[in-house]
Design a protein around this ligand. Structure first.
Ligand code: F6P
Length: 319
C-alpha cells in the first residue's frame, strides 16, 4: 500500500478530526502517501482532493466537525456514481481507502465492494451509535455529554416553574442518545424507538404527577409518537399542565470531542492503517469490550439497537 485516500461521510461527529490526525501520523510513519477526499462520496466521484499532514491535523484533534467536510451523496447511491468514483481512484493511483461515517456510509461501501478492486477500511463515525461491530461510534459520547449538559440546564428552569418538559434528542432510529442522556439526568420518562410500550406508562405517570414538581421526559427523535403528539396526549389527560418542548437538535453534533471520542479516534485511525498493511480489506475497525475488533460490512449494516440489559435498566429506573 503506497497511497491511501480518506474521507468523512454522512453526519459529522466529534472525534472525526482526531481520527484523521491518527491516520495521517500512522501513514507518515509507514511511508504512505495520504490524500484527503473532500465532502465524502461527492469528492470521491469528482476527485475533490486535498493533502493531509499530521502537523496540521494535530492542531485540530480537539475540534468538532470534520476538516474534510462531509455530505450525504445521492450520486453514490447510483451505480453510475460508484463507477465514476472507482475510475477517479484508479486515475489518481489511490490503492486503498479509509471511510469514516455512519450507517449510510457503510451501506454505500457495501454496494461499492461489488465493483471496487481497491481495499477499504471503515471507521464508525456517527453520534447515533447505531452501528454493529463496535460498542461505541465516534461522536456518541460527546453528543451524550452535550445532551446531558443541556438537559441539566432545562431541569433548573423546569424545577423553578414546576413544568413538564419534553426534551427531544437525536439518534435517528436508535434510542442510544435518549437512554444514556435520560438515565444520567434523572428523567421521569424516556421514550426510545426500540421499546413500543413506554408511551402508555408515561401517561399513567402523568396522571399521578404532582403539579408542585418538575417532570422531565427525554424522547428520541426516532420514537414513534414524537414530541408534539406526546404533548397533545399529556394535555388530554390534564389540560392544566404547564408544558414546554425543547428540541436539542444539531448542538448535539458539534463541540469539542470528549476524551473518549478523541481516544477512540486515535485508536481506530491507527488501526485502519495497520490492518491495511496486514492485507485486510473491506472491514470496519471498531472496539468491542475495549479490544480492537474488525467486522465485515454485511454485519456492520445490521442495526445496533439498545440492548435488553439497557432496556431493563430503563424499566427499573423510570417505572
Ligand atoms: O446521523 C446523525 C444525525 O445527526 C441524526 O441523529 C439525525 O437524525 C440526522 O443526522 C440529521 O441529519 P441532518 O444534519 O442532515 O439534518
Amino acid at each position: 500500500i503506497k497511497h491511501v485516500g480518506v474521507f468523512t461521510s454522512g453526519g459529522d461527529s466529534p472525534g472525526m478530526n482526531a481520527a484523521l490526525y491518527a491516520i495521517a501520523k500512522a501513514a507518515e510513519k509507514n511511508g504512505i502517501k495520504l490524500t484527503g477526499i473532500k465532502k465524502g462520496y461527492e469528492g470521491l466521484i469528482d476527485g475533490d482532493f486535498t493533502t493531509l499532514k499530521s502537523y496540521d491535523l494535530q492542531k485540530l484533534v480537539h475540534t468538532g466537525g470534520t476538516v474534510l467536510k462531509t455530505a450525504r451523496s445521492k450520486r453514490f447511491m447510483e451505480l453510475e456514481g460508484r463507477k465514476k468514483a472507482l475510475q477517479t481512484l484508479h486515475t489518481n493511483h489511490i490503492d486503498a481507502l479509509i471511510a469514516i461515517g455512519g450507517d449510510g456510509t457503510f451501506k454505500g461501501l457495501l454496494a461499492f465492494s461489488e465493483i471496487c478492486d481497491i481495499p477499504f477500511i471503515g471507521i464508525p463515525g456517527t453520534i447515533d451509535n447505531d452501528i454493529s461491530g463496535t460498542d461505541y461510534t465516534l461522536g456518541f459520547d460527546s453528543a451524550v455529554n452535550t445532551a446531558i449538559e443541556n438537559i441539566d440546564k432545562i431541569r433548573d428552569t423546569a424545577e423553578s416553574h414546576n413544568r413538564i418538559f419534553i426534551v427531544e434528542v437525536m439518534g435517528k432510529d436508535s434510542g442510544y442518545i435518549a437512554i444514556h442522556s435520560g438515565l444520567t439526568t434523572g428523567a421521569d420518562a424516556i421514550l426510545i424507538p426500540e421499546s413500543g410500550k413506554d408511551f402508555i406508562y408515561l401517561l399513567d405517570k402523568v396522571k399521578n404527577y404532582d403539579s408542585e414538581d418538575a417532570f422531565l421526559v427525554v424522547v428520541s427523535e426516532g420514537d414513534e409518537i414524537g414530541a408534539e403528539l406526546l404533548a397533545t396526549k399529556i394535555k388530554e389527560i390534564n389540560a392544566n399542565v404547564d408544558l414546554r418542548i425543547t428540541r436539542l437538535g444539531h448542538v448535539q453534533r458539534g463541540g469539542n470531542p470528549s476524551a473518549l471520542d478523541r481516544m477512540l479516534g486515535v485508536r481506530l485511525g491507527v488501526a485502519a492503517i495497520d490492518v491495511l498493511l496486514l492485507g485486510k480489506k473491506n472491514v470496519m475497525a471498531g472496539v468491542l469490550n475495549n479490544q480492537l475488533h474488525f467486522t465485515v460490512f454485511e454485519e456492520v449494516v445490521k442495526q445496533h439497537q439498545v440492548n435488553d440489559e439497557l432496556q431493563e435498566l430503563l424499566e427499573l429506573i423510570t417505572n
